[in-house]
Design a protein around this ligand. Structure first.
Ligand code: SAM
Length: 266
């Protein structure tokens, strides 16, 4: 009989798809509790795999959309989900899925034990669609969650921290040890919640310009901003933003980056 947390499908995990399946019920329950789906929520899971999160979620919320790239997992998922609720499977690379189109008039609640090899691209992809997302509960490498939630001055504060924290409230929820997965990954994992802010209140005038300033600033993080942002920000822009050009990127708060990107050229 199938375990209640798995389709029972036992093909060898595909390393290139980051397949580390959750097998510890304690952590699965904690994730589902953290998500806490409510009636009417538009729940979307990225990478359902063998259903470790999908099936318990479906029991609480009998309508779920999942995005899975591995064709071999589709039939077992469909069969395991059938008695539990309405599962819509989008068989695609998540990076090709237009979340805004998927959301339609509503907003998505994203959940996923993400494939770690593409977790940062997935986060940036979600940012591109932040206005269509009400929240995200993701399992990632602990090291990535540390970077996502890092504060200025921290060694791991960088582009990912500033980009995510500008557009979302980021909270690290709890750690998950390698032994909770089959096969176990080599690294610790952590679950994080991201709640997109109201774009009108974020205050970024030109998202592309903001992204370019943050990228250039951390591209050469040991240099002063004056040097790292040579050709990107002029002295008048530093002055208008109230940002010292002899500071380093890691010393700036998120609002400083926003002010710098918004500052008019003289
Ligand atoms: N949710 C399951 C669990 O917790 O056991 C599986 C998680 S596993 C870490 C990641 C899942 O993402 C796998 O099922 C894998 O096939 C799927 N995946 C990998 N790359 C993907 C992509 N580009 N688009 C959609 N799904 C992908």
């Amino acid at each position: 009989m199938n375990s209640p947390h798995s389709t029972g499908f036992t093909a060898p995990p595909k390393k290139q798809l980051g397949q580390h399946f959750l097998a510890d019920r304690h952590y699965i329950d904690r994730i589902v509790m953290a998500v806490n789906p409510k009636e009417g929520d538009f729940m979307v899971e990225i990478g359902p795999g063998q259903g470790a999160i999908t099936l318990p979620l479906l029991r609480q919320h009998p309508r779920l959309t999942v995005i899975e790239f591995d064709r071999d997992l589709i039939a077992p998922l469909t069969a395991a989900a059938a008695p539990l609720g309405e599962l819509t499977i989008v068989h695609r690379d998540v990076l090709q899925v237009d979340f805004t189109e998927l959301a339609g008039e509503g907003k998505l609640r994203l959940v996923g034990n993400l494939p770690y090899n593409i977790s940062s691209p997935i986060l940036f992809h979600a940012l591109d669609h932040a206005a269509a997302i009400s929240d995200m509960t993701f399992m990632l490498q602990k090291e990535v969650v540390d970077r996502m939630a890092a504060a200025p001055g921290s060694k791991v504060y960088g582009r990912l921290s500033v980009m995510l924290q500008a557009w979302c409230e980021v909270t690290s929820l709890f750690l998950v040890p390698p032994g909770a997965f089959r096969p176990p990954p080599k690294v610790d994992s952590a679950v994080a919640r991201l709640v997109p802010r109201d774009p009108a209140k974020v205050g970024i005038e030109d998202p592309q310009r903001f992204a370019a300033v943050v990228k250039a600033a951390f591209g050469q993080r040991r240099k002063t901003l004056r040097n790292a942002l040579d050709g990107v920000c002029c002295p008048a822009q530093f002055e208008a933003a109230g940002v010292r050009s002899d500071a380093r990127a890691e010393q700036l708060e998120v609002p400083d980056f926003i002010a710098l990107a918004n500052a008019p050229r003289d």
